[in-house]
Design a protein around this ligand. Structure first.
Ligand code: XIL
Length: 356
């Protein structure tokens, strides 16, 4: 049949509609992006707030839900600071990722002194119930335990030495997850930890240990939904791409998701030249995210801050020269760096793939 002009137009309109639908689908399927923000920057920096509103799907209160903010007073809970960030996120249609219900650091003085197992368990349960309960329906996912694997674990000694571990042993994980699950059955519960991505024996053992942790909870029939890769990436170290892919894939097989929770680039050993530094930072981000996504589509890619104006890297990973760290996707003038493009490209990688 000879195509009529009318038929042609109808066909063109139909394929345009199909293309638009595909575009909408692709946009919807982009891996969600997010950033952590600390309350002082949030309050003082309107440009930062505008960028958070523009760029993010998810926001993490960086410090404001840690024990030393919420629990200075043993008998009470101080939520004002976290509330401000959560309210902003909700007003702007963003999800909130909660950080963190149990951590060995950032504890108020009284909690550092906990020794008695019964008392420690009581305090932990009370804390998780109060914090998760307060934000049920507002905070969609939680780092339930943060950094519980030893820095250099061995099969005989896999746990990080903390107040929690000294009093409770491995049960600390069971108690924290079971309480969170009971308090908000809809929340996604995350084991969050660091150093999963490099090519050395210590990191390989850390990968084994996080799988052991997942299996422990599953054997006990306690819900665990995701492993959070902090992903503070050392730019001078090679990413073990195969190992990252294998870990994400194995977690998928166990029915457990992955999430990038604290992405930034530790650039202390990189050349001073900012352009070269930014190029190398983007490269390590591309290698890591590509390997992770190859194994499983992450639930979100969250950076530990949005602009180089404000980052913990300056304090903790000091450079030998006086140059400021450049670990984040936007520069100090809020301009996107190559790292932002690397993240954008990675977010599109799983377009059209089936979400596990
Ligand atoms: C850091 C914050 O970025 C700083 O502002 C704070 O002073 C100390 O903690 N791993 C974690 C985060 O899980 O909570 C840490 O955040 C960085 C390392």
């Amino acid at each position: 049949m000879r195509p009529t002009r009318r038929g042609f137009l109808a066909g063109a309109t139909a394929s345009l509609a199909a293309a638009q639908a595909a575009g909408a689908l692709a946009a919807r399927e982009l891996i969600p992006f997010g950033s952590a923000v600390m309350i002082s920057d949030f309050r003082s920096d309107a440009k930062l707030r505008a960028q958070l509103a523009k760029l993010c799907d998810v926001i993490t209160p960086m410090n404001e839900l840690k024990w030393d903010w919420v629990r200075q007073n043993r008998s009470g809970f101080a939520f004002e600071n976290a509330d401000e960030i959560v309210a902003f996120a909700r007003k702007n249609g963003k999800a909130v990722h909660g950080h963190a219900l149990l951590w060995g650091d950032a504890l108020p003085a009284w909690a550092k002194e906990l020794r008695d197992p019964k008392e420690t368990e009581r305090e932990l349960v009370r804390h998780v119930e109060a914090v998760v309960g307060k934000y049920a329906g507002q905070i969609a996912s939680w780092d339930v335990v943060n950094e519980v694997i030893a820095h250099e674990p061995t099969p005989a000694s896999p746990w990080r030495d903390t107040v929690w571990h000294r009093a409770l042993g491995p049960r600390l994980v069971d108690i924290a997850f079971a309480t969170a699950a009971r308090t908000d059955p809809a929340a996604r519960l995350v084991i969050n930890d660091y150093d999963f991505e490099n090519d050395d024996a210590r990191t390989a053992e850390r990968r084994r240990q996080v799988l052991a942790l997942v299996r422990r909870l599953q054997d006990l029939k306690i819900p665990v939904h995701e492993v959070g890769f902090q992903a503070h990436l050392y730019a001078e170290k090679a990413i073990d791409r195969r190992a990252v892919t294998a870990l994400a894939r194995e977690l998928g097989r166990l029915g457990v998701g992955v999430r990038v929770t604290e992405l930034d680039v530790i650039d202390w050993k990189l050349p001073a030249d900012p352009r070269e530094r930014d190029r190398l930072a983007a490269e390590v981000v591309t290698a890591f995210l590509g390997a992770l996504i190859e194994g499983q589509r992450p639930q979100a890619i969250i950076t530990w801050g949005l602009t180089d104006r404000s980052t913990w890297i300056n304090e903790v990973f000091k450079r030998n020269d006086s140059a400021r760290a450049r670990p984040l996707p936007l520069d100090a003038d809020y301009r996107p760096k190559p790292m932002m493009a690397a993240i954008e490209a990675a977010r599109r990688l799983s377009e059209g793939r089936r979400v596990p």
